[in-house]
Design a protein around this ligand. Sequence first.
Ligand SMILES: [Zn+2]
Length: 213
Amino acid sequence: MRSLAERYAGKTVLAVGAHPDDVEIAVGGTLARLRRAGTRVVMAVVSVPGEHQLRRREAERAAGILGCEPCFLMGEGGKRIEDLKSYELVALLDRLVRELAPAAVFAHGPAELHRDHVIVHEAALATQRLAHFDFFTYQPNFCRPVPVAFHPRAYVDITDTIETKMRAIDAHQSQFKSRGIETGIYREMARMNGRMVGVQYAEGLEVQRMLVL
Ligand SMILES: [Zn+2]
């Protein structure tokens, strides 16, 4: 099969994360690779909690490092994802899918520890009724490792973009550096995934739906 980079060259890919930094941590290396291969990549952040303006700026900087277009679905105002009715969240994602007509969507998977990540996963699942796109779910996110059921079936070699990914993660200073939280774990996870497929660094994906030929 052609590489994902060739598969989506000249097309649009949508990556959805509940919060700023979720997408960078899970698939930042993949998105940077797609971008370099000529894919338009839109990074959608559902909710920007806490210090909205600061975290939004960090997310914009991180997206810029990856070469992607940031997009914020819920505005400022203190609302959290759980405050939305499920149809409201689905409507937000529907609008994006209709507007972008993505060739692929990357989103949270079902085994997330955080309830709001699971809610975003369920809303992303629902958007599949609108159009045919490849649908991948990514590694559950955490600052400290917890046991979760994640079984990647596809791997993206991110050896060429691991440093870009790490810079994008580090752009979220309020989440890591300012709180004294180490980001090295994300490099180690990419190293472990790489070992699974014989490359230096990789990101793992669960394939939810994919047209093979
Ligand atoms: Zn999150």
